[in-house]
Design a protein around this ligand. Structure first.
Ligand SMILES: Cc1cc2nc3c(=O)[nH]c(=O)nc-3n(C[C@H](O)[C@H](O)[C@H](O)COP(=O)(O)O)c2cc1C
Length: 437
């Protein structure tokens, strides 16, 4: 069976599934339950500097978005870093690492942007025997107003500076956790690399307001009639996270910088996608908070089964395999022509494909044929956009079918050219020609 042991910047774990820094990793009780359930590692809930404890709101701290089946799609929180005593956390971390030596235990940190503050906390963490530290430059609420979290993560110079302080003052591997609340993720990643980071992890949460109560006019979660933006996570943010991971993985300036993928990982398939795009492992928060720690068993079994099926003996066999297939738009192969096809046996005649195409797109799907409801693709009009596939309620009913080389594209009247495997650099590709000149 596939070997899913993970080695991330020298930190070993029995599988690539770590819990992200958040409530599931805020105390020994939780982390021990997580390890018993099979999690490969944890990033302990962010510790702050010694001093008066952090005080959280006493009202609701979550907002949410659900699918029609009430499945949780997006979660928003206004929680701060740990509100437990530093010494209590450190004592528990030491105990857990001693009891679970084969699991990864990384400690998330956030202290003021002053060298002495970092110098003070690093030896305390080192003393616990923890495997590494993760710098929380991502929290978008509460702490950022105090000059920490995303307030640091949004300024590449600060990222580089703090990362360097940490590298100079600890022998532990340093993982820099990035905020998605930025225009171009490559800049903070490059800054982390310049500062000497061993790895980056991403994403932290996305600044968000999930809803507004239309009776009280308060944003949710409402604290006595007022709300403040929170951090969004869960399945809804996965596409944002995947893109950011890919951007860093394919940036020549950060090539080879290890990445821990975070954001909406709920199934083994999500994890495999992050890893295919270049992540060395994944971290999970919302899925564990929604379904409990035992979901890791499905992740482990699912990943192993898929790897066996595909002949991937080790994680390294597929990590980064999708990265070269992420390209700039200009290099997409315009000779690749597809047409939608509706399986009449599966069609329930709801008409959603027709109305979407007719009202908003290319008028390429019939509604009535010979006086009866009949939905069929008009090849002369179909541009292959696949909106119909995405609005169809029946999975597999509408599929996109590529035209073979030599076939006539009835819309353009042109003969379809071969799909060149090396299109990115092929002389027929105008973008490649420009790049070559
Ligand atoms: C309630 C809550 C508290 C969180 N606290 C922290 C934190 O203290 N430090 C941190 O780096 N990230 C924190 N996060 C962010 C998560 O670690 C993770 O980056 C984010 O939730 C995306 O992963 P997910 O989609 O699997 O939830 C928190 C997330 C939630 C939901």
């Amino acid at each position: 069976m596939a070997d899913i042991r993970n080695n991330f910047v020298g930190i070993k774990s029995p599988n690539p599934f770590w819990l992200a820094s958040a409530p599931p990793t805020d105390k020994e009780y939780n982390v021990v339950r997580a390890f018993k359930a099979g999690w490969g590692g944890v990033v302990w809930k962010t510790l702050g500097e010694e001093g008066p404890p952090i005080v959280n709101v006493n009202g609701p701290r979550y907002g949410a978005i659900w699918g029609a089946d009430r499945r949780l799609l997006g979660l928003n929180n206004i929680e701060l870093i740990t509100d437990r005593e530093l010494q209590t956390n450190l004592r528990e971390i030491k105990q857990v690492k001693r009891d679970w030596p084969d699991r990864a235990l990384v400690v998330s940190l956030m202290v003021p942007c002053e060298e002495n503050a970092w110098k003070a906390i690093l030896p305390l963490v080192e003393e616990t025997g923890a495997d590494g530290i993760e710098l929380n430059f991502g929290c978008p609420h509460g702490m950022s107003e105090r000059g920490m979290g995303s307030a640091v993560g949004q300024v590449p110079e600060y990222i580089e500076m703090v990362t360097r302080w940490c590298k100079q003052n600890t022998r532990m591997p340093v993982i820099v956790k990035l905020t998605p609340n930025i225009t171009d993720i490559r800049y903070p990643a490059r800054a982390a690399k310049h500062g000497g980071a061993d790895a980056v992890s991403l994403i932290n949460t996305v600044s968000s307001i999930t809803s507004v109560d239309l009776d009280t006019f308060s944003p949710e979660p409402s604290i006595d009639g007022k709300g403040s933006h929170g951090g969004y996570c869960g399945p809804a943010v996965k596409p944002i996270a995947l893109n950011m991971v890919a951007e860093i993985a394919r940036d020549p300036e950060t090539a080879g910088l290890p990445i821990s993928g975070i954001g909406g990982v709920t199934t083994w398939r999500d994890a495999a996608e992050f890893m295919a795009l270049g992540a060395g492992n994944v971290q999970v928060c919302t899925a564990a908070m929604t379904y409990g720690f035992k979901i890791v068993q499905e992740m482990i079994e699912g990943l192993k089964n898929w790897m066996d099926e595909k002949g991937h003996a080790r994680l390294e066999d597929f990590i980064g395999r999708a990265t070269p297939n992420v390209t700039d738009w200009q290099y997409l192969n315009l000779n690749y022509v597809t047409k939608a096809h509706i399986d009449q046996d599966l069609c329930i005649k709801c008409g959603r494909c027709h109305i979407a195409c007719e009202d908003t797109s290319h008028q390429a799907i019939t509604a009535m044929v010979d006086g009866a409801r009949h939905f069929e693709v008009i090849e002369e009009e179909c541009v292959g956009c696949n909106l119909c596939v995405n609005v169809c309620p029946v999975e597999g009913c509408i599929t996109m079918q590529p035209l073979a080389a030599g076939a006539l594209d009835k819309r353009t009247g042109k003969i379809v050219e071969p799909v060149y495997a090396n299109w990115t650099t092929h002389p027929n590709n105008p973008a490649a020609k420009i790049a070559a000149e």
